[in-house]
Design a protein around this ligand. Structure first.
Ligand code: PLP
Length: 490
């Protein structure tokens, strides 16, 4: 006889409630304290070993599991809560975003669509985001996991709308190769997209850039003409509103004109830079993104929201459902009841089961207001300009690229070293500064040069953090190079 039918709710709600409150308090302490402690620390071997455990056959009290989280997981992140985290393009998250994620997970709606409040929240934030970025109200949009997925969604729509055959129905076999154009600085998502869409990597035509890392428009036009002459079928041009390496912004209005001239779709990758449109002064730098047929941008980068959330907007509303819409009988909409708009969002992208990531966007924008958000973004732009002046003013530092938005690329150069030696020196500097826990810059390669790359998508950074960074780089650089220790510039 069954005397207990198992479920997964707590057996003792009061105990769980007390523990949940403690978790929240602990996490708020961590966030309030984010600037103290190292930006990064290596994970000790015994901690890694401690995480390698057999599949848990029997359960463990939640308190013990939580203690394990506190001892083995929480202390060893990449460091992106810290004000001197400047690596890759990684945001910080916020308290409001964290709370919203908890509420969304607790409510746990399934957002394929359906007749539920969460659908209206996502509709509303997409409408807000479209308006903020100057997109028409009739635009379609979708919240997705990140910039990669937002971009893939946009170029998939481009392919469906511009190919001269029905890609969904007939596939690619037997048809001319479809080609897509973007600068050599385009982020690696484009290769994944071409592979995934069955186009092959060769379909991405990497267009050279000028000395400021912006796509060379004449070269792009020539490549399109040559490809057409060879019987290929160009379908899309990608403009970058902030490249991953240097933050350069392509000449977006000119690319719109080129796309029109050639009859192509114009997609903008604004994963990094689109939200500069909120910043009082920097907004001019991304002007033209609103002209795109599709626009992909991240909220978990420069929107400072917790992972994962990005958005794709499609100017011609019907194009997105024409690309992804699918109506099996088990999801057919009814006239009333829960099944109204069953696949409203699922018809705009690949995912069917979707989380309520819209809640953190809604709560963050409402609580912060876009004026404050814009001022924080502007602060990061100003901080990047400040860092560039520190670099330019320092005899042992060399700026390696113009600063367009929030990325500064430079290297430590005490003089008298070959490029190869400088690359090795700077690689060691980046590693040592990370290991020191002072700051987390990342690196990239610009031409032949290994660059220290500082991306400031960090709402906690203060100007002083950049002084600390520059001092640390110069001191560590001098130590590695074996030259006299540089004195502090501050
Ligand atoms: C310009 C650009 N595009 C796309 C991406 C990919 O975005 P995600 O990491 O959110 O998938 C990035 C990531 O850094 C990026 O910088």
């Amino acid at each position: 006889m069954i005397d207990y039918e198992p479920d997964l709710d707590p057996r003792h709600w009061d105990e769980t409630r007390a523990l949940a409150h403690q978790m929240l308090d602990d996490m708020l302490d961590v966030l309030a304290d984010a600037k103290n402690g190292p930006a990064w620390r290596p994970i000790p071997d015994d901690i890694i070993d401690g995480l390698r455990e057999p599949v848990p056959q029997e359960g463990t009290p939640l308190r013990a599991v939580y203690e394990r989280f506190k001892s083995h997981i929480l202390p060893y992140p990449t460091g992106n809560l810290h004000p001197r985290f400047f690596g890759w393009v990684v945001g910080n998250g916020t308290v409001t975003g964290m709370l919203a994620d908890m509420l969304a997970a607790g409510m746990n709606p399934h957002l394929a669509g359906f007749n539920q409040s969460a659908l209206h929240v996502e509709q509303e934030v997409i409408r807000w985001l479209a308006e903020i970025l100057g997109y028409p109200a009739a635009a379609s949009g979708l919240l997705v996991s990140g910039g990669t997925m937002a971009n893939v969604n946009g170029v998939a729509v481009a392919r469906q709308m511009k190919a001269d055959f029905d890609v969904r129905e007939d596939g690619l076999a037997g048809n001319a190769r479809l080609t897509i154009y973007g600068s050599t600085q385009t982020h690696g998502w484009i290769y994944k997209a071409c592979e995934l869409m069955g186009l092959g990597r060769k379909s991405f035509r990497a267009v050279p850039v000028d000395s400021t890392f912006r796509l060379d428009i004449d070269a792009c036009r020539r490549m399109i003409e040559q490809d057409r002459a060879r019987g290929l079928q160009p379908f899309c041009i990608i403009g970058n509103a902030g490249t991953v390496n240097t933050g350069s912004v392509d000449e977006l209005p000119a690319l719109r004109a080129l796309a029109d001239e050639c009859g192509l779709w114009f997609h903008v990758d604004g994963a990094l830079g689109s939200l500069a449109a909120l910043a009082p002064e920097a907004r001019e730098r991304v002007r033209g993104q609103e002209l795109a047929d599709s626009l992909a941008f991240d909220l978990h980068k420069w929107g400072y929201m917790p992972f994962e959330v990005a958005c794709v907007l499609i100017r011609e509303g019907a194009a997105q459902t024409a690309t992804f819409g699918h109506a099996p009988s088990y999801l057919a909409a009814s006239r009333r009841g829960v099944s109204v708009d069953t696949t409203y969002f699922a018809d705009r992208g690949l995912q069917l089961s979707r989380s309520f990531r819209a809640l953190k966007v809604w709560m963050s924008l409402k609580e912060q207001g876009i004026d404050l958000l814009g001022r924080v973004i502007q602060k990061n732009v100003d901080q990047a300009a400040y860092l560039a002046t520190l670099v330019e003013d320092h005899p042992a530092l060399t700026l390696l690229a113009p600063v367009s938005l929030n990325i500064v690329c430079f290297r430590y150069d005490p003089g008298g070293l070959s490029n190869e030696a400088l690359n090795a020196l700077n690689e060691e500097v980046v590693i040592r500064i990370q290991e020191s826990g002072i700051a987390v810059p990342s690196h990239t390669r610009l031409g032949e040069a290994y660059a220290i790359r500082v991306c400031i998508a960090n709402h906690r950074t203060r100007r002083h953090d950049l002084d600390v960074l520059v001092d640390a780089i110069c001191n560590i650089g001098a130590e590695v190079a074996g030259v006299e220790t540089a004195t502090s510039v501050h």
